[in-house]
Design a protein around this ligand. Structure first.
Ligand code: S6P
Ligand code: ZN
Length: 191
């Protein structure tokens, strides 16, 4: 194994911005056309308002290999698509037996999780909430507030990301606004 040099990253705890900034992954609504349950709401927004930035991920440029601890911040901008709140695509780790730790920094939201054996979990995250995603749980985060939802995450370098399973099957639970309240409902389209 190569011996790397230790390093620090200064993280603005309000905005999630890294200093030094290394790589930023930006996800626009056009990248998520099948992510939201209401696909016609996606098309209406794209036609009427144009594209919108839903979330961005500020990442360290570490090799995705065993022994490394990858870490990043995610910033989900507030908003909704139909009744569904802005959220990440969500994924399983390719190595299903690799977990992850999240730490809420700013704003508020939910961590929506599920297993391939049919269990589901929805946890509230606020600034200072450390949330554990155990091995075998798919995970997605949702901004249920009116300001950016910012959190830090750390996970094993060899975990990898499987987006395809979620793209095909979706999540069993949706986080939506109903009568001005945040509500977790069953996804009628869940396969
Ligand atoms: C990585 C970790 C997070 C997400 C990020 C964006 O394992 O779970 O850093 O990558 O929140 O979500 P997604 O689903 O687009 O990767
Ligand atoms: Zn993950």
């Amino acid at each position: 194994m190569n011996i790397m040099q230790p390093f620090t990253t200064q993280i603005d705890l309000h905005s999630g911005v890294f200093n030094p900034e290394r790589q930023i992954i930006r996800r626009y609504l056009s990248d998520m056309q099948t992510t939201y349950a209401d696909e016609s709401a996606v098309q209406d927004i794209l036609k009427q308002e144009g594209n919108r930035l839903v979330y961005e991920v500020h990442v360290t440029d570490l090799p995705e290999e065993e022994g490394q601890l990858l870490h990043c911040t995610t910033i989900i901008y507030p908003g909704r698509v139909g009744t569904e709140y802005h959220m990440t695509k969500g994924h399983y780790h390719s190595r299903r037996d690799r977990g992850e730790v999240y730490l809420g920094l700013a704003g508020e939201g939910y961590l929506v999780m599920q297993t391939e054996t049919g269990e589901t979990s929805t946890l509230s995250i606020q600034p200072g909430t450390a949330a554990y995603v155990p091995p075998y749980w798919a995970h997605r985060t949702v901004n249920t507030g009116v300001v950016p939802f910012v959190f830090f995450a750390a996970w094993a370098g060899e975990a990898g990301h499987d987006y395809g399973t979620i793209e095909q099957l979706g999540f069993a639970k949706l986080v939506v606004q109903h009568d001005g309240q945040v509500v977790v409902i069953d996804n009628a389209k869940y396969k």
